[in-house]
Design a protein around this ligand. Structure first.
Ligand SMILES: Cc1cc2nc3c(=O)[nH]c(=O)nc-3n(C[C@H](O)[C@H](O)[C@H](O)COP(=O)(O)O)c2cc1C
Length: 194
């Protein structure tokens, strides 16, 4: 059974996007991927929580795709998390709706990879800046997948954008075709385990 992938795209200015536009086109061209553009769906930020939760239930892997803005995401993705990841749905004793689903951050950054090294301007890697998303995945009993990162967007020409689009599409296809992950709550306990 192919894994159903939900890409939540958060970019506030489509017309000015190059990197996320290339990634969005790659996702849209991939069978088995539902592309959901949050700024397009909710220009007034009035997120339909029931609709979003229903969408989550119908997918196995959730992708947060966005540019890195101020070392985090554009605002609508935070609003989405604040409202959609409700207690009793996403976390808490009875909140197991997302358990076992994958969470992938797919981000683009203006800064180069070197600028995100220990001696660079930003000092910490993108992976470190993504910690709040990783912790959120853990709290929701989701599987945190190794992030897709596109550094140095300002220096990319058309060929570079196409190359990264193909890399993103290949990753989405791998996730789609991977065997279903065992639901953590249904995983048999190892003999002698807790
Ligand atoms: C409001 C704003 C904040 C940004 N903050 C960062 C940042 O913290 N780190 C970084 O590397 N780039 C930052 N950038 C650059 C964007 O990440 C970059 O322009 C974007 O990833 C390019 O993707 P796009 O062509 O889809 O817009 C910022 C850009 C804007 C407009």
């Amino acid at each position: 059974m192919p894994q159903r992938i939900l890409v939540l795209l958060a970019h506030p200015a489509h017309r000015r996007s190059r990197a996320n536009a290339a990634l969005r086109d790659a996702a849209a061209a991939t069978d088995g991927v539902t592309l959901h553009d949050l700024y397009e769906a909710y220009p007034d930020f009035l997120i339909d929580v029931d609709h979003e939760q229903a969408l989550l239930l119908r997918h196995d892997v959730v992708v947060f795709q966005h540019p890195v803005y101020w070392y985090s995401s554009p605002a609508i993705l935070k609003e989405w998390q604040d409202l959609v990841l409700e207690h009793g749905f996403a976390y808490g004793r009875a909140g197991t709706a997302l358990a076992g689903k994958g969470l992938l951050s797919a981000v683009t950054a203006g800064g180069s990879e070197t600028s995100y090294g220990p001696d660079g301007l930003n000092q910490h890697s993108i992976g470190e800046f993504l910690r709040p998303f990783e912790a959120t995945a853990r709290l929701c009993r989701m599987r945190w997948l190794p992030p897709f990162i596109l550094h140095g967007t300002h220096l990319l020409d058309g060929a570079g954008l196409a190359r990264h689009g193909a890399r993103y599409r290949a990753l989405l296809e791998r996730l789609r075709d991977a065997p279903a992950a065992a639901h953590p709550e249904h995983r048999p306990h190892a003999a002698g385990g807790l």
